[in-house]
Write a protein that binds this ligand. Sequence first.
Ligand SMILES: Cc1ncc(COP(=O)(O)O)c(C=O)c1O
Length: 360
Amino acid sequence: MKYERTFNFSAGPAMMPEPVLEEIRDEMMNYRGSGMCVMEMSHRSAVYQQIVDEAEQDLRDLMGIPDNYKVLFIQGGATLQFSMIPMNLMKNGKAVYIETGAWSKKAIAEAKKVGEVTVVSSKDRNYAYIPDCSDLDIPEDTDYVYICENETIHGTTWQTMPNTKGHVLVSDQSSMFLSKPCNVSDYGMIYAGVQKNVGPAGMVVVIIREDLIRDDVDNLPIYLQYKTHAEGGSMYNTPNCWAIYCCGKVFKYLKNLGGLEVIEKMNQEKAKVLYDFLDSSEMFTGTVDKEVRSLMNVPFVTASKELDAEVVAATKKAGYDNLKGHKSVGGLRASIYNAMPKEGVEALVDFLKKFEAEHK
Ligand SMILES: Cc1ncc(COP(=O)(O)O)c(C=O)c1O
């Protein structure tokens, strides 16, 4: 790889597109004649306002976000949303959460501090599948139905959205944001921590339908109200200026690439290389049901913990980074987000094939 970079299979922070990093490098010392780096700029300056406005517009174009949705850039990562969502959206104090892995489990724990939570779970098989949500029992006064659309640790992704029976759908898209087209109007709210598919850590993008931004939440800390961020144009306080700038570059990069249909096709081709190998291998096995396999996070195991550890050590030595699986699943996990080139996956598969042949 150029610059002696490694193929980094981290679940996040993760690889960024090289042309974006190069552009950032070129603008580092003097952003477009401003005489300063974006890191040094006042967030109240005209030059920075243009960066935020352009980032928002590019994201709107990319996802086709309807006008009645606000786009917010908020700090606190995706984790803060586990609390902000129930605090702001539980008008009647009731929600249905679909527990498909570690991240929805964390969100449920926070929601339970705020109201009554009905949980539908796939815990019985260590989250290897997505529960059937075509006919959920949803009380009429339920405020929203919550899903984690791609479970980063367990490696599942939703193929068919739950039937919310007219209720608001809230989705954590952190580990699949912008990996494929998305019909925003199917959701009340989408949010994504950006450090996987978009930019540097420490920021979340929230896309929320305007009617869900409540006026009557003055009892909440001001920073935890969506209203504050909406009215302040994501600048109630000093935002994560650097992250917004970097994310804006990635939005533009994806637009220039041809949009989300194009990146989806690339992601499908890339994931197929790895899944085809796993399906044919006698040593490695994918850990989730085939029909809900994630295009972004691919967990797999060998027959023993010892062999898993040996493979992880061997991949690291060979220059493939961050392949150790999460402790709750074990084995290995290859995170192959938008910016992972297909050659990276092909090289990894070649390496694993060789490893398998040598350890028969
Ligand atoms: C699906 C999902 N949701 C939420 C989070 C939490 O994100 P953050 O670390 O930005 O708070 C993660 C982090 O990996 C994640 O994968």
